[in-house]
Design a protein around this ligand. Structure first.
Ligand code: PLP
Length: 412
């Protein structure tokens, strides 16, 4: 067991079948969990079990299989609610992913609450998922977008709140943790400032909910969006949490089956929340398997996960500082950031860096990571990103560093 270990990480790794393989003749070092995490056996088995034993549509059938599916689906909603400290399971809307959750809020809440001259405050470090839906909303409503800038180490320039937050600001939408810089933002403080001018706060939790304890009451936000596939769950399932009174006042996003009370030829009435926002057949097995992923993560303990990743991150920042020609973006102090490290290597294109690492069995991501405005601000077209999760090891950090040295020598 590594000295970093708060839990038995080697035993935990064995729960992830995909990590047992070799890639290009090397044991796989998967350092791209920021894009999508790997899945433990219990989650894979859970999905299979659903399709093998009780696959049926939910909320409709009066037969045993459908009742069983409905029970498991709604039980998963309860697990999600407890996981983020929601006041009720009714505050949990199942969507496909973070992107859909944010679009739902932009379309439904935004369409009903924003008008010409209103302002939406974002930050320069947002993922495109937390920019483009607001641009589309601004185009439809005549609202304007403002952005909080960054300091030299990729922290939010909080002093800009003084000028950029006003009574015209209707929404502040920000990520809790940057997928590129790793920066963890002071959401609670920003939420207090936003509420003081009457604005609502949406938190993009895609990179935080999988990695640290997140409780909506402590964040002080109004909406929280996250994706199952980044937290050991399947793809195709994500979550929007919203305060119940907000959800109840929001018009539907998509229309169709399930989300109605009564349909007549010329109009319909809508179901209560959260069903009002879940038109059509949902991702049933995926929601149930997300519940299993939550059980798995809770079993390890979110505080222990965060602690372990902080130690791994500190080790990685230290180890990578030995690699010549490497520029690391984001805060240099580990406590200010999560375990995603983006960097450039002098004289080597990020895609070449990733290709060389891949030849060593180290999987990292290269590109703009869906943050073009941030990369524009950093004045680089692309970066390479290594992102860590509970199953990564200090020795994988070493292999990353060795691979980077190799890339540097090859391109020298
Ligand atoms: N927000 C952040 C910070 C992300 O890192 C991502 C995905 O990488 C997203 C939003 C979008 O997530 P999804 O593609 O699951 O909708």
């Amino acid at each position: 067991m590594s000295p970093l270990t708060q839990f038995d990480v080697l035993a935990l790794r064995r729960e992830f079948p995909i990590l047992q393989q070799e890639v290009n003749g090397h044991r796989l070092a998967f350092l791209d969990s920021g894009a999508s995490s790997q899945k433990p056996r219990v989650v894979i088995d859970c999905l299979e079990d659903y399709y093998r034993r009780f696959n049926a549509n939910v909320h409709r059938g009066v037969y045993k299989l459908s009742e069983e599916a409905t029970f498991a689906f709604e039980r998963a909603r309860g697990k999600v609610a407890r996981f983020v400290g929601a006041a009720s399971h009714r505050e949990i809307v199942f969507v496909r992913n973070t992107t859909e959750a944010i679009n739902l809020v932009a379309y439904s809440w935004g369409g009903a609450n924003l008008g010409p001259g209103d302002r939406i405050l974002l930050t320069l470090m947002e993922h495109h998922s937390n920019i483009v839906p607001w641009q589309m909303l601004a185009e439809r409503t005549g609202a304007h977008l403002d952005y909080i800038g960054l300091d030299g180490e990729g922290r939010l320039a909080l002093e800009e709140l003084d000028t950029k937050l006003s009574e015209r600001t209707k929404l502040v939408a920000l990520t809790q943790q940057s997928n590129v810089l790793g920066t963890i933002n002071p959401v609670r403080l920003i939420a207090e400032r936003a509420h003081a001018v009457g604005a609502k706060v949406l938190v993009d939790g895609a990179q935080s909910v999988p990695h640290m304890p997140v409780a909506v009451k402590e964040l002080g936000c109004d909406f929280l969006a996250f994706s199952g596939h980044k937290m050991c769950g399947p793809t195709g399932i994500g979550v929007l949490w919203a305060k119940r009174e907000l959800l109840e006042a929001m018009p539907p996003f998509l229309g169709g089956g399930s989300m109605i009370k009564l349909v007549e030829l010329d109009h319909s009435t809508y179901a209560d929340v959260p069903t009002r926002f879940e038109a059509g057949t949902p991702a049933i097995g995926e929601a149930i398997a997300l519940g299993e992923a939550i059980d798995f993560l809770s079993g390890v303990g979110m505080a222990a996960i965060h602690h372990y990743e902080c130690e791994l991150l500190a080790y990685a920042l230290d180890r990578l500082s030995e690699v010549g020609g490497l520029t690391i973006y984001g805060p240099s102090t580990p406590v200010e950031r999560g375990a995603a490290i983006s960097f450039t290597l002098d004289g080597v294109h990020p895609h070449d860096v990733a290709a060389i690492l891949d030849s060593e069995g180290v999987a990292v991501r290269a590109g703009h990571h869906c943050t073009q405005p941030l990369h524009h601000h950093l004045d680089v077209p692309a970066t390479t990103r290594a992102s860590f999760y509970i199953y990564n090891l200090a020795e994988e950090v070493d292999r990353l560093a060795v691979g980077l040295e190799k890339a540097r020598k090859l391109f020298a």
